[in-house]
Design a protein around this ligand. Sequence first.
Ligand SMILES: C[S@@+](CC[C@H](N)C(=O)[O-])C[C@H]1O[C@@H](n2cnc3c(N)ncnc32)[C@H](O)[C@@H]1O
Length: 215
Amino acid sequence: MRGDGPDEPTWDAPGVAEWLDGDWPSLPVAPAVSALVDLVERHHTAGSILEVGCGTGRVYEALIRRVSLHGFPYVGVDTSRAMLARGRARYSGVDLRVGDARGLTFARRGFGSAVCVDLLHHLPDIDRPIAELLRVATDHAFLMLWLAKAGAPPAPIEPRLVTAPDHGVRAGFYEIPRSDEEVIAACERGGGRVLDLHVLEGDRHNVGLFRVGAR
Ligand SMILES: C[S@@+](CC[C@H](N)C(=O)[O-])C[C@H]1O[C@@H](n2cnc3c(N)ncnc32)[C@H](O)[C@@H]1O
């Protein structure tokens, strides 16, 4: 990215929230998100649900479509004020706050489950955020992130310039598909244990759905 754009990921850069928000509200929930929510629905039994990197509410929307999850309080956190503003406009009264996966301000075991969708492959380090998710969860962390396809070269650990001219977007994002072994090891280091792993095949990368027991 050096000399070619921002040095740090810029989720609040002009147009990014509008671009990522896109037309998902008018579409059926993406199959991968739906499959992760299946796991949450099957295994979340008690306490509040925390979502880290909640964006504009796509996962919240998928969670509340499940009648069995209606009774559980939800809190969403995200570093981007632009994302949160769009989420708050769409879901008034929902608890959406500024918060950073790398240092959550919540008490240990303050939630039943912690959910994190499409964030970890955008961070250069997954150990700290995974440990934080497991620290605040009593029972499970549910993770959805990109996994590298077999034989793929290692992704560079620096932000990649992404442009979307229609939305005026020119911003840098880390895009780092991990191996399932890396994620399993990070969960172990964070004090958890992977209990379920589903891999959905994709063109550029696969998508991993992890249910992690918080020990
Ligand atoms: C690709 S979006 C996914 C949003 C949402 N989970 C979804 O699936 O629609 C990644 C989100 O993570 C947020 N984010 C980036 N770094 C973060 C961090 N360190 N802590 C919390 N959120 C972060 C971004 O602002 C953005 O909203």
